[in-house]
Design a binder for this molecule. Structure first.
Ligand code: GDP
Length: 381
């Protein structure tokens, strides 16, 4: 139908309407206005952003340009092979400028007050030294950025989100934990090259992501709230063992006594754990992120820890071990993704899966067949 025909048709339909009858006294629909043209002649065609070269990225990052840093992080997070190749080159060139930071992991169940606390801790750190910079990153493999993921809503950190020396980046969008964690780790490196000497990595304290965070930070802070009960707060033995400090948040108003009791319970519980490899006995303290109480007390633990582990050599040793861990992690991840993303393997797996389900082949033989096919036909390609 041409435009003119459409207009004619809709006019006819409008005229048939009972409300256009002269006898009709009810509410009437007014005729619509003419539609203005959709494309305004005054809007110039948007220019495509010029593609940056590896050197542009590296130069921008080293100068501390946050726009370039943000674009480089987007590259790191991209699934496109060509982006990943550039990202790896950028990271490689940034490598000599990395490592010079305090990497701090912060965990706690949703509602424990992580965002509120990070906003206050970050502001405290930045106010202490006017040359300090802070990057806040996150690992939350369960979320997609668009769905208001952890840190997705920057306004949750009111002070930091407008602070000129803070860089906040939400969790890379959903994917395998290994993949998401690796991207966050690479982002840490880019941030360090851009001069961010304080890195906070936030994670929800309910799953596996703590282990991933633990393998990329120097210090691990567990945020708890009083009176919620261990089960509710999802404290697994593993998480307790990872913590270098436990902060009991919301120690304000009527809650102070309860928070103090909780702190005592944690201190007693921690006595039962072996001394961690750092040699630093985990500390427990109460504070209030919302009312900005005892932040200095909590941060004194962080400072003491860094002084301690720099003194006994554990700081460097842990970072070396983490490098090793990430080498193996990357190999594992890439082997798996190359294997499972191969279209021929995907097809063969479907067939073999059916055979195993129908008891026509044992799982062991089916697996051997698939692997043999992979070694003989795919790897050699
Ligand atoms: P997250 O989910 O762990 O990031 O927690 P939020 O920072 O979003 O905080 C969850 C809720 O707890 C919010 O309503 C905060 O206002 C509140 N909250 C956070 N810290 C404190 C605190 O120190 N004292 C009190 N009373 N409330 C707090």
């Amino acid at each position: 139908m041409s435009n003119q025909e459409i207009k004619k048709h809709s006019k006819a339909v409008t005229m048939q309407h009972p409300e256009n009858d002269k006898q009709y006294t009810g509410l009437q629909v007014n005729a619509g206005v003419e539609q203005p043209p959709i494309v305004s002649p005054y809007i110039k065609k948007r220019k495509k952003r010029p593609q940056l070269t590896v050197n542009d990225y590296v130069e921008g990052i080293l100068k501390g340009n946050t726009t370039v840093l943000g674009q480089a992080v987007t590259l790191v997070e991209s699934l496109a092979t060509e982006h990943q190749a550039i990202a790896q080159e950028v990271i490689e060139k940034c490598l000599p400028h990395t490592g010079n930071s305090r990497r701090i992991g912060i965990t706690g169940v949703p509602g424990a007050g992580k965002s509120t606390s990070i906003d206050v801790f970050g502001t405290y750190v930045l106010n202490r030294c006017e040359t300090d910079k802070l990057a806040v990153l996150a690992i939350d493999p369960s979320s997609e950025r668009s769905k208001g993921s952890i840190l997705g809503d920057k306004t949750r950190m009111e002070q930091l989100s407008v602070h000129p020396r803070a860089f906040i980046r939400p969790s890379p969008s959903a994917g395998s934990l290994g993949g998401v964690a690796r991207k966050t780790r690479e982002t840490i490196m880019l941030c360090e090259a851009a001069g961010y000497n304080n890195i906070f990595v936030e994670t929800v304290g309910v799953g596996q992501s703590e282990t991933a965070v633990h393998s990329m930070v120097d210090f691990f802070l567990l945020i708890q709230i009083a009176g919620a009960g261990d089960e509710l707060q999802g404290i697994k033995r593993g998480i307790m063992e990872m913590a270098d400090a436990i902060g009991i948040n919301k120690a304000d108003g009527d809650n102070v006594d309860r928070a103090n009791r909780q702190a005592l319970e944690f201190r007693n519980a921690l006595h039962l754990y072996p001394v961690p490899p750092s040699g630093f006995l985990p500390q427990v303290t109460t504070y209030s992120g919302y009312y900005n109480l005892n932040i200095d007390k909590l941060w004194k633990i962080v400072d003491d820890y860094f002084e301690f582990v720099h003194g006994n050599g554990y700081f460097e040793e842990r970072r070396r071990q983490q490098e090793k861990y990430w080498m193996y992690e990357t190999i594992n991840e890439q082997l798996k993704s190359r294997f499972y993303n191969d279209p021929e393997i995907e097809r063969l797996l479907q067939v073999k899966q059916e055979m195993v389900l129908d008891s026509k082949q044992s799982s062991f033989v089916a697996a051997s067949d698939v692997l043999k096919f992979y070694y003989d036909n795919i790897i050699k390609k």
